[in-house]
Design a protein around this ligand. Structure first.
Ligand code: MRU
Length: 351
């Protein structure tokens, strides 16, 4: 299953808004629709929106009417701005779009057809690499899960949040494939219920034992001594290790520290943003109040009740036991270990 892919001149993605009730694909033939699909969370999850941004750029090249490279680049620059604006927090989107722009400007491309082919190949590589990277993180992280453990997992970080396989849920998947016996507590993840809808859907298909818990009950289970590990994804990791992830991650990390439970984000190096000194500089997306008032069309809160809806929060690096990357587990001090991991990502292959 690929969350997003190129299909016959279109970008095809699984419509995640419909899950778990209905599995369907949507196809787009205009990059502006792809940007809107990212904003509307047809596709979501940092690595998945990175790959979608890359395919969106390839689509922009494909639909571009320009006959000469100079005009095509101008067209692509506009597409890059529109796609990067679709969601502000996950750095993977800007990372992938900038990488596509660098390919478009390669001086060895002589015709607009060359540009289209090169951009399609690059988007495909970003997507294919994502799967390999997730599998590598799965191997590094699975060593932390022991027989008999209960693991708390937040949001959805699985195949649906990536191109395939997953980050934190990928670690859980690898441990399960290694025949370890453990249980997973999935936080619902209000207001969009990525945990209860999407992670549960994925684990059910894989056969991994899970239970869905209200977000607010995580502390109860931790204090009882049931929980041995907390695994989350990341939308952006700052140079000092501060981790920006789905709102509620910060609370989980503080509770984990209070209860002596190791807490790990699972983050590909494409999510590490060394240009951000700390998490406090990262833009945090505020989403529509209607997501809280009227979840999935069910009116719960009157329209005139004020609501705030931040999509992400910032977990200070001091709450992390380590950060699981495709090159191994980065340990504190992160200011030293993260640049080493990012440096390795510039080498040709994932080892
Ligand atoms: O708002 P979402 O659903 O895009 O948020 C997703 C998350 O916060 C994930 O934990 C994060 O993107 C990492 S997933 C591989």
């Amino acid at each position: 299953m690929r969350t997003v892919e190129w299909h016959d001149g279109r970008v095809r993605m699984i419509d995640q808004r419909q899950l778990p009730w209905n599995f369907s694909y949507i196809e787009y033939e205009d990059y502006r629709e792809v940007a809107q699909a990212i904003t509307d969370m047809v596709v979501r999850g940092a690595p998945a929106i990175g790959a979608t941004g890359a395919f969106g750029m390839a689509l922009a090249a494909y639909q571009c009417p320009a006959q000469v490279i100079g005009s095509a680049i101008e067209y692509l620059e506009v597409a890059a701005v529109i796609l990067k604006k679709a969601r502000p927090t996950a750095v993977n989107l800007a990372w992938a779009v900038d990488r596509m722009m660098r390919v478009a400007k390669d001086e060895l491309l002589y015709t607009t057809k060359d540009v289209i082919n090169a951009m399609l190949a690059e988007a495909q590589k970003i997507a294919d690499d994502d799967v390999l990277i997730n599998q590598a993180m799965g191997k590094h992280g699975a060593a932390l899960i022991r027989n008999g453990d209960t693991v708390i997992h937040h949001c959805n970080t699985g195949a649906l949040a990536t191109v395939d396989y997953g980050t934190a849920l990928g670690v859980i998947r690898t441990a399960f494939e290694q025949r370890k016996k453990f249980r997973v507590l999935l936080t619902e993840t209000r207001p969009r219920m990525q945990g209860a809808r999407l992670s549960a859907w994925e684990l059910k298909q894989l056969g991994v034992p899970f239970e869905i818990i209200p977000d607010s009950s995580a502390g109860y289970y931790m204090r009882k001594g049931e929980v041995k590990l907390v695994l989350v994804g990341a939308d952006r990791v700052a140079a000092n290790g501060d981790t920006i992830n789905k709102v509620g991650t910060y609370m989980l990390s503080v509770l984990a520290k209070e209860n002596n439970i190791p807490f790990y984000p699972v983050s590909p190096t494409s999510t590490i943003d060394l240009a951000m000194p700390t998490g406090d500089q990262v833009p945090i997306e505020e989403r529509s109040a209607d997501e809280v008032r009227t979840p999935y069309g069910n009116p719960l809160i009157p329209e005139d009740y004020p609501v705030r809806n931040p999509a992400f929060d910032i977990t200070p690096q001091r709450y992390l036991a380590g950060i699981i990357t495709e090159f191994g587990i980065a340990l504190p001090p992160f200011k030293e270990s993260l640049p080493r991991m990012v440096e390795r990502s510039t080498q040709p292959a994932v080892k």
